[in-house]
Design a protein around this ligand. Sequence first.
Ligand code: NAI
Length: 408
Amino acid sequence: MDSGNLKIEWARQYMPVLSAISDRFKKEKPFAGKVIGMALHVEAKTANLVRTLADGGATVHITGCNPLSTQDDVAEALGKVPNVYCYAKRGCSVDEYYQAIDTVLDAKPVITIDDGMDLIHRLHTVRQDVLSGVIGGCEETTTGIHRLRAMAADGKLLFPVIAVNDTPMKHYFDNVHGTGESALTAIMATTNSLIAGKWIVVAGFGFCGRGLARKASALGAKVIVTEIDPRRALEAHMEGFHVMSMQEAARVGDIFITTTGNRDVITGDHMTVMKSGVILSNAGHFNIEIDGIWLSSHADTIEERDGIHSYHIGGKVIHLLAEGRLVNLAVPKGMGHPIEVMDLSFALQALSTEYLALHHVELKPDVHQVPDEIDRMVASYKLASLNLSIDKLTKDQEEYMGSWDHGT
Ligand code: NAI
């Protein structure tokens, strides 16, 4: 077996929920005759989602959602699956990135699946020629949902989109545990640095940030959290983390991880006061959280290693991982989230795509929640695969929980 298929098969054995959905899709063919267009990180877990959709009768056209996150051997293997066309390439230029998105759109997809909303953005701007055929889309990540909600608020979103990111079975597991474990793994595998005893600065205490902070702390790091939201800052404080502004944290930190979904979180002002030898990385969706342009324009020399750019500036050195792109996928050793976590996220994607295929006429152009029964179904499938039992409400308990008439 070639290396791409070996990776895909490795992932498949730890994806029981998606496999169960695949088995049903093979019989029911909910996507028969439908073209699905995707822009996702093309690696082994995603390949299993694509195969599930193809098992359900879809023709799938897929490209990457980040110029540095594609695994080329997986992309090649995926391109050989019947009814699947893959255009992703690692290290593509921004022009090539959008050309590949256009090639996906040339196939006239009726459903889109995005991670970051680049496909939907292109559809609503330069590729409106294909817009009328689209019945709906699904979005995987927080940044994409922010962009979609802004678009809907401006009255510009022209078809229904399911916010897969926002459902509990996604963000409690994928963002918290997936980003938490995989970003730290990627940093350790790229730098061979010890985490224990270090000052780790986590920017943003959202779902991803809290996962990172907790897991870094469990490895023995002293964790500093920076925030702009007072409630989240307080939560971080009460979970035992040090809370400070980035200007203060910049002087203290050894390893920095941004995960805000915002821009300009670490800027030249911060880098000026950092210690020599600090490691900067980003786990947020776009490469605009850390000011890489400031680094390259102020560097006397730049040294390159696999996944690391080292900027020598006036006698000190600052290391930036993966060019500031999301570190868990974009460093050469980045494998993205653990398989079991993506089993849940992609089960939600597969079932939300099926829901769109069946119910799109009832949905107006807007951002929609994943139906609660789909979220619960994924949790139940996963519990069953783990052989874990839970209790059931008795009739009396059900009645009690639904009543307002029981007092002291
Ligand atoms: P979230 O909305 O739960 O958390 C973001 C946090 O950052 C919020 O608490 C917000 O107050 C804070 N924040 C915003 N601007 C800030 C600033 N200038 N300084 C400090 N804090 C600031 O979002 P979530 O789910 O944690 O996602 C964060 C980012 O990570 C998004 O871009 C998302 O798309 C991305 N993501 C990346 C993954 C990966 O594989 N690396 C997986 C899932 C999400």
